[in-house]
Design a binder for this molecule. Structure first.
Ligand code: S3P
Length: 170
């Protein structure tokens, strides 16, 4: 089976959905941010602070090339900007988790570790800038996706089921 690549804005729930899919399927999961942190032996926040965003984006492209060459039958969750890698569609079936910005922000705030979740995300330091980034990316996410899943108001298990069903039907 092809890989499944989860894309979507910061905080939309890519990680939670990936963990659920692993629970209910035979797939194993990888996360592009985790791969980058291990490659660099430092946190994303540190990489942004010490090297800047473009350095991080180049690492994402490197990871994408490796995934395409070496990984299959895997659920791949990605950072919110990973959709920009040029070979995205070749990595696997691209599934967008889609929700309005305010729903995403609310979801982060309701999390017991909300402060930590915001702090570790360099592009979510300022609410209005994050909103602008969302607006800018929204049409690009839609364009990048093979499958769009609206997640607003849905429980994680339902989202996971929907993804597996739609990917199979592709
Ligand atoms: C980013 C999202 C982050 C992380 C980095 C950049 C983005 O991942 O890759 O901070 O450009 O949207 P999450 O989507 O897991 O927060």
């Amino acid at each position: 089976m092809k890989n499944i690549v989860l894309i979507g804005f910061m905080g939309v729930g890519k990680g939670s959905v990936a963990r659920e899919i692993v629970k209910v399927s035979k797939m194993v999961a990888l996360d592009t941010d985790d791969i980058i942190e291990s490659m660099e032996n430092r946190r994303i926040k540190k990489i942004f602070e010490e090297e800047g965003e473009e350095y991080f984006r180049a690492l994402e492209r490197k990871v994408a090339r490796w995934l395409k060459k070496s990984v299959e039958n895997t659920l791949i969750s990605t950072g919110g900007g990973f959709y920009k890698v040029p070979n995205l569609k070749k990595v696997g079936t691209v599934v967008l988790l889609n929700a309005p910005f305010d729903v995403i922000y609310q979801r982060i705030l309701e999390h017991p570790n909300a402060e930590k979740k915001l702090k570790k995300r360099p592009l979510f330091q300022d609410l209005e800038r994050a909103r602008a980034l969302y607006e800018e990316r929204f049409p690009l996410y839609l364009k990048a996706a093979d499958i769009v899943i609206d997640v607003d108001g849905k429980e994680i298990p339902k989202i996971a089921k929907e993804i597996l069903k739609k990917v199979k039907a592709k």
